[in-house]
Write a protein that binds this ligand. Structure first.
Ligand code: SF4
Length: 329
């Protein structure tokens, strides 16, 4: 059963009166209990995608085409008041920096209790009990006595556990984790990712895991979407993508990573850079870095094709039958 359907989504940025499609015809779905990883270098559109789904786009950006459907309910036209409720209750969010989600002047217990009272209508006393249970669930030691602690009294890893408790407080259907462990050391990273896996399994949530790190993809995702320049260039199961990457960008990413635990932000072996938002080219957005670029790649964005395996999609003219001649027709 599908929790999230993103269908032909286009997000457009107004840059001094010029319309830039920073997400172009993005489609994918996340099933119940499934983790879908979104990968790509910085500036590929991963966070713009997360903001589009959550209704948190900056004022200069808006969705101009397509749908974001959560449990069969389209979100893209919902007013901000409705989205606030949906974000609090049905979509949980965990970001890289826990202090963006926590208020330094309130105790962590008060902050976890708040959505339980607002969205679930619990009394003060019941919300306190439920908040302590959530703190135990995310494995914060001595949860009851730490209920009255402030965020600055926690380590970075423990703060992120508080944010996870907040994110799952109302039993969301979808968890969006945007680089949730990037700032933490490797041991804490592993513990938090294992915790997210466990909570997701237990709650049958769908999870959208946005990351630079291919080791995290390999260890924690079921399927993967590779983004470049605001396009989904390839989507597949993790196994298919790692064994048989089809898009030149995905191949280059994997070939550049002799050690899978390296971070994509460190890649130096793909010549060139991700194009800036203000300068996204027409045609294939990878063409300036692609060793296989053809005339057609300049002129038209490639369609999405399936090169073989079911559910394995790639957006590249190399995989379109007769694609190299499409420009002549
Ligand atoms: Fe390279 Fe053309 Fe494929 Fe783009 S569409 S990745 S430029 S071959």
């Amino acid at each position: 059963m599908s929790v999230l359907d993103v269908d032909n989504l286009r997000t457009t940025l107004n840059l001094n009166g010029r319309a830039c499609h920073v997400l172009r015809d993005v489609s994918f779905r996340v099933a119940e209990g499934e983790t879908l990883a979104i990968v790509g270098e910085s500036g590929c559109g991963k966070s713009m995608l997360a903001m589009s789904i959550m209704g948190l786009l900056p004022s200069v950006a808006r969705i101009t085409q397509g749908h974001v459907v959560l449990d069969g309910h389209a979100l893209e036209k919902e007013p901000e008041r409705a989205m606030e409720k949906i974000r609090g209750a049905r979509i949980g969010m965990v970001f890289q920096e826990p202090m963006t989600a926590l208020n330094p002047v309130f105790t962590v217990g008060a902050q976890i209790s708040e959505p339980l009272r607002d969205h679930l209508g619990l009394s003060r006393r019941d919300a306190r009990e439920a908040a302590i249970e959530l703190m135990e669930k995310v494995r914060i030691p001595s949860a009851a006595s730490r209920y009255t602690s402030y965020p600055h009294e926690f380590s970075g890893g423990m703060r992120q556990r508080v944010v996870i408790a907040l994110a799952i407080a109302c039993g969301p259907r979808l968890l969006i984790a945007d680089e949730p462990t990037t700032a933490l050391d490797v041991t804490v990273q592993r513990q938090l990712l294992d915790l997210l896996d466990h909570l997701q399994d237990e709650g049958r949530m769908g999870m959208l895991l946005i990351t630079h790190n291919l080791a995290i993809v390999a260890g924690h995702a079921d399927r993967v979407v590779v983004m470049y320049g605001g396009d989904v260039v390839e989507s597949a199961t993790v196994r298919d993508l790692f064994r048989n990457p089809a898009h030149p960008y995905a191949r280059a990413l994997l070939a550049s990573l002799p050690r899978v635990d390296r971070d994509l932000s460190e890649l130096a072996s793909i010549p060139g850079r991700v194009p800036p938002l203000a300068g996204l080219p027409d045609g294939c957005r990878f063409k300036d870095r692609c060793p296989h670029a053809m005339d057609i790649c300049e002129q038209m964005p490639p369609p999405t094709e399936m090169p073989g395996e079911a559910g394995h999609n790639v957006r590249c003219w190399l995989h379109v039958e007769g694609g190299e001649h499409a420009a002549d027709g």
